[in-house]
Design a protein around this ligand. Sequence first.
Ligand code: SF4
Length: 306
Amino acid sequence: MPNIQLPAACALCPRRCGADRAAGQRGFCGAGDTLLAARAALHHWEEPCLSGAPEDARGSGTVFFTGCGLRCCYCQNYAISQQGAGRPLTTARLRDIFLELQAQGAYNLNLVTATQWLPWVLPALADARRRGLTLPVVYNTGGYETEDTVRALAGDVDIWLTDLKYAAPALAARLSGAQDYPAVAGTALRRMLLQTGAPVWDGAMLRRGVIVRHLVLPGQAEDSLAVLRQLAGLRRETGVPFLLSLMCQFTPFYKAAEQGLARRVTSYEYRKVVNEAVRLGLTEGYMQQKSSAREEYTPAFDGTGL
Ligand code: SF4
């Protein structure tokens, strides 16, 4: 198995906090010199082209990693993204987890917020492939990625499952602590589209391509409209189609209320955003019905499958 090489000054994510993780220092994202994850299991709550139908026993083979380069005040997974919940793993154990998920019948391998752990994840993937891993790899990200990281993953990631959260820098600063999010995520998404290309299907399941998620926030429909215009521009500029997953599941988790996000999204707000997506021709993908259990499901971060 290749040696793990952590840079002396970490710049794996756009935060570029420069932590000397090899020396045991923890970065802004909370990651240090020991790989941490919180759950590895078949997951039934992603988009149907990744998880299958709700009654499908297979699901997406999902690994939830600890830490994140963003600080979203409404994060549904805040226990692992910002509070450090997780268990230590070796690269060899991560490789075996990937193979176990395949043996359980997963449609794909779904890596949730993995960037801070790439020095472990990439060797584990390579070793798992040598031992028979053939699943498509889904890179499940908040969209805050460097272009270098996206490029480095070109041969390893089949499906980008990425957010485009904000258009306004001030909103990104207030809600996720990342004023540069709109510019950074837009550049990263452009690179994802160019290197991954149009969706490739295996029946009803996605084999390759980009899914862009956008969560509509209460009181922020105008910003959502700007995000959609940015997406339509990227679609025109790159010529690469993608799936849009327009979500209305916002629930005031964690510190959301402190930032004025104390309610759900209204039907009027969501409809306004959907109408704009249709007007812009962004009709390939998914729109949610309000208040289904599917939308509100958060898995237990209890070490299952690790
Ligand atoms: S991945 Fe973590 S340690 Fe590395 S630059 Fe980003 S926040 Fe800092």
